[in-house]
Design a protein around this ligand. Sequence first.
Ligand code: NAD
Length: 346
Amino acid sequence: MAKLRAAIIGAGQIARKSHIPNYLSMGDEVEIVGICDRNIEAAMSAAAENGIPDWFSDHKEMLKMVKPDIVNVCVPNKFHYAAVFDSLDAGCHVLCEKPPGISYKEAELMMKKSEECKRLLSYGFHLRHGENVRIMKEKALNGEFGQIYFVKAEWLRRRGIPGWGNFTNSDIQGGGPLIDIGVHMLDIAVYLMDYPEIDHVSATSHDLIGKRKGVGLMGDWDPDKFNVEDSLFGFIRFKDGSSLSISNSFALNMKEKDRKNLEIYGDRLGASIFPPETFGEERSMLTNTEYPFAKDDDLHFKSLLNFVKACRGEAELLVTAKQGAYVQKMVEALYESSLRGEPVRL
Ligand SMILES: NC(=O)c1ccc[n+]([C@@H]2O[C@H](COP(=O)([O-])OP(=O)(O)OC[C@H]3O[C@@H](n4cnc5c(N)ncnc54)[C@H](O)[C@@H]3O)[C@@H](O)[C@H]2O)c1
């Protein structure tokens, strides 16, 4: 089968560390035919370093000139929408980095556009591709948890405010740790809960640590330019009576440098998924079960491979545009509640 012709929009960190090397390692499946960055020097150097034949500063021109089959969108969040929309319009399947966009409206319009164009749209929620998530999804589908009534999701960093890029710029990223790292945990949580209908959302957010100078474990940030939350704590109640709590921080006074987990509570079984363990009761005994777990360090590769196989019709797309829109709706409501200081009904 002919190789898929891939084009990349955005030649920054994630394109260079993940998308380009992963596609280059799929020699028989994909060839990268063009790269674009509005900073033409970034596009040129990424092309030169990786043997990409064409580079551009404008994605529309690239789409017209190289006519790719698939497009990977690796620009900051604010620019996802235009890049995704134009790529779908040009007849391409699209893998866009997470989050889908900076508003639910954008995520919904991108989903509708992909349906209208009959092209696949997926998002870079790479944690979804982990073996731990697969094990738990299988258990959920088999009914092993019984009724899942509470999920606790958290990704907390002690002083992990990124000192590079746009991660502390709300205008470009749409928010801080919730939209950057929390979105991964929300994505896994609702995938395992099977997307229950949301009743209401409530959250508080804070920026006291981010707005002053301090110790940086991920580089130094500029407190004067910090206009995102440094932490957010939220609660989502679903119409079926189940609930989800989400805690995220770039900076929080806590013991560990970084803590990421998702806990599932069902009436038959509970679980903790980083690493995967379950907790139940059998023959009048309480049971704890660990799962042989090969550390997944190739989740970005798995995410791209699933997208490529789905474009070829050889696999089902794991992360869909509809699921991305659902997650974006929660993110938007959490921010709205934290700003308004009251619950948001959906
Ligand atoms: N899945 C993950 O683990 C992961 C990790 C890091 C970043 N990301 C996501 O990847 C995206 C990019 O992040 P990054 O860290 O690579 O950012 P970055 O700032 O390193 O790179 C972004 C690049 O896009 C270019 N750009 C900006 N606007 C453009 C436009 N309209 N057209 C063309 N090029 C444009 C910039 O010049 C820059 O070179 C973000 O959405 C981020 O959330 C995902």
